[in-house]
Design a protein around this ligand. Structure first.
Ligand code: HPA
Ligand code: ZN
Length: 326
């Protein structure tokens, strides 16, 4: 549509991006070949055809299987390098990216391999594309508290390069309270805290993320809209929500984009942002997400500019850096 050039030209921060979810089928095949890893697909087309999900778990099963091709530091570098090229082309000037160390350490790939590969690509992206970035370590919530503590411990040598901790994977049945002590420890180490909540889980999980995890930012948060007191709390706190429209559609959090609540969120005083979540799996990078909701919900330039401005306000850049972008 005619907003495409405006969207591409709008400086944006991306605040909800799982780097393992940016693994395009072409790179998956290339890495499978390079590392001599068998994958259960005959072609790139067959991989894409398998990307039809009816819920979060459906997606996660295929997402964790795909990550198996990531074996050595260069793989993580290539993965992030490809993401930053796509992000830069979309007008992203700052990205705060998630990685899932346990997905790798549980396969015998040391924390260092993933972290060093990603950090090297982040450094090069600043030089090559002028895109700054921060790294957020996510705990897999389907695993136990002890495993999360072990991951936090493994991260200690990298703490000067890690901005914060997050919480992802299967939400329902794994409430934030399960990780209250880990998040308290992370906060004590000076790390920022974010958590996925209210994607499939109930409003109570969002309350827990606020009150028990003390999150600095909320990932997704869609189901907060079911609880007016919670919406007021989020608005009063100035809490940033990292909303992911194409993800919401592909994972059936919304039945179609035409019923996406992004404009309702803004009208309710919520500081919503637009993000791509797992772009290789959900069919679009950040500008695709802006375009899709703009079309589906009839957003104009003022709304799009608000969403982009919110992405810097809600980032973990310092105030002077935010001021440069806003
Ligand atoms: N939700 C939970 N876990 C995830 C997601 C998501 O959208 N993407 C990657 N891991
Ligand atoms: Zn996510």
């Amino acid at each position: 549509n005619d907003l495409a050039p405006f969207i591409a030209g709008l400086p944006k921060a991306e605040l909800h991006l799982h780097i393992e979810g940016s693994l395009e089928p072409e790179l998956m095949f290339a890495l499978a070949r390079r590392n001599r890893v068998a994958i259960p697909f005959d072609s790139v087309e067959a991989v894409r055809a398998a990307y039809s999900f009816s819920n979060l778990q459906d997606f996660l099963n295929i997402y964790y299987a795909g990550a198996d091709v990531l074996r050595v530091e260069q793989d993580f570098y290539d993965l992030a390098d490809a993401y930053f090229a796509r992000a830069a082309a979309d007008g992203v000037v700052h990205a705060e990216i998630f990685f899932d160390p346990q997905t790798h350490t549980d396969r015998g790939i040391p924390f260092q391999v993933a972290a060093d590969g990603l950090l090297a690509a982040m450094d090069d992206a600043a030089q090559r594309h002028g895109v700054t970035s921060k790294l957020i370590l996510c705990f897999l919530r389907h695993l136990d508290e002890a495993a999360a503590f072990a991951t936090l411990k493994a991260a200690e040598p990298w703490l000067d390069r890690i901005a914060g901790v997050g919480l992802d994977s299967s939400e329902v049945g794994h409430p934030p309270e399960k990780f209250a002590r880990v998040f308290a420890a992370a906060g004590g180490m000076g790390l920022k805290r974010v958590a996925h909540a209210g994607e499939e889980g109930p409003p109570d999980y969002v309350w827990q993320a606020l009150d028990l995890l003390n999150v600095d930012r909320l990932d997704h948060g869609n189901r907060s809209l079911e609880d007016p007191a919670l919406v007021r709390r989020l608005a009063d706190d100035g809490m940033t929500l990292t909303v992911c429209p194409l993800s919401n559609h592909k994972l059936c959090v919304v039945p179609d984009l035409a019923s996406h609540p992004i404009d309702r969120m803004l009208e309710s005083g919520l500081r919503a942002t637009i993000n791509s979540d797992d772009p290789a799996y959900f069919g679009g990078y950040v500008a695709d997400n802006y375009r899709a909701v703009a079309t589906a919900r009839g957003l104009g330039k003022a709304d799009l500019a608000t969403l982009a401005r919110n992405s810097f306000t809600g980032s973990f850049l310092d105030d002077a850096e935010k001021a440069r972008h806003i």
